[in-house]
Design a protein around this ligand. Structure first.
Ligand code: BDR
Ligand code: CA
Length: 310
């Protein structure tokens, strides 16, 4: 089967790291580049984490630094979950891989404008880079097959009662992307909270005994400890890899086509993804929102992905 070209925009981040792992070595995915944004940590740290992950996992793709700040808001990081480095829990070998010299937004624009086939764009952090690229060069839309994002929720938030981290950090960017006319697949907390890294999951992945399973196990230990401290969750939700897993098997998720508006009102629901699940308002449907996930299938995909490494 022909590989699908994927551009990944991320902010690693423990769960972003596993998304990179899923996309990095797969016969169905041709990962053509990684752009990085500030989110879980500052851009300097998320960028370094992306380089370290690619080097350690032997994923030979360009890594470009994108925006170091949301479009309007100030930088907001998530150190309580991802730690001081943004990827606490694993010590990488000495870093020799270097950044591609293009800025993230330029890389997205150039790659998409010159693409010979439609590209899947996946975002697992705040959507600043993609939003800026769409504003700078709207013609890139013709070469975007779809945008699959981890972010939002039609039910509950995880930073405020209403809003999820990736959207709340840069709601204006999300607004631009959701209103771009592109096909939007929104994978939010509604389904990512159904895939928690319980001890049984850690044991299963640890048993693979390769470099990827070692990385998974060590990262998830700290991730789970922090998720417990902050949210009292037994097992952290493995948010970001659900995006890549969905590209690998579209039967993984049940999607509902809805109208979704980002709340930009700056009140208590700022950054909420208002999904009109019951079509009360009859507004044009602009988003496919994930409403259910095949949990067993998801862990099978993660296990298969880890097994592909040495
Ligand atoms: C999202 O926020 C980040 O902390 C995670 O990496 C994930 O992308 C979950 O709300
Ligand atoms: Ca992320």
């Amino acid at each position: 089967m022909k590989k699908r070209k994927v551009l990944l925009d991320c902010d690693p981040g423990h769960d972003d790291a596993i998304a990179i792992m899923l996309a990095g070595k797969n016969e169905l995915i041709d990962l053509i580049g990684i752009t990085v944004v500030s989110g879980n940590q500052t851009l300097e740290k998320t960028g370094r984490n992306a380089l370290n992950l690619c080097q350690y996992l032997d994923i030979d793709v360009p890594v470009c630094l994108g925006a170091d700040n949301p479009i309007i808001k100030d930088v907001e990081i998530c150190e309580a979950i991802h730690g001081e480095s943004g990827l606490d829990g694993f010590t990488f070998p000495k870093l020799t891989k270097t950044y591609d010299e293009r800025r993230g937004v330029d890389f997205i624009v150039d790659t998409l404008l010159n693409a010979e086939e439609p590209i899947d764009v996946v975002t697992t952090g705040p959507m600043t880079n993609l939003a800026l690229a769409l504003r700078v060069e709207p013609r890139i839309k013709k070469n975007i097959r779809q945008v699959t994002l981890m972010g939002g929720s039609y039910q509950f938030g995880n930073v405020t009662p209403a809003a999820e981290f990736n959207i709340l950090v840069d709601p204006e960017a999300a607004h631009i992307v959701f209103n771009s006319g592109l096909r939007i697949n929104m994978i939010g907390l509604d389904v990512t909270h159904m895939v928690k890294v319980l001890p049984s999951v850690v044991k299963r992945m640890e048993a693979i005994h390769n470099k990827a399973s070692k990385l998974f196990t060590k990262l998830m230990k700290v991730y789970n400890e922090n998720q417990y401290k902050v949210f009292e969750l037994e097992g952290g939700p493995l948010h970001d890899p659900v995006t890549i897993a969905y590209l690998l098997d579209e039967d993984l998720l049940e999607m509902k086509h809805v109208n979704c508006e980002i709340d930009l009102s700056k009140g208590s629901s700022y950054g909420r993804t208002n999904c009109d699940i019951f079509n009360y308002l009859g507004k044009p449907k602009n988003t496919y929102v994930a409403v259910d996930i095949d949990v067993e299938k998801f862990w099978d995909i993660v296990e298969d992905a880890i097994k592909k490494y040495d």
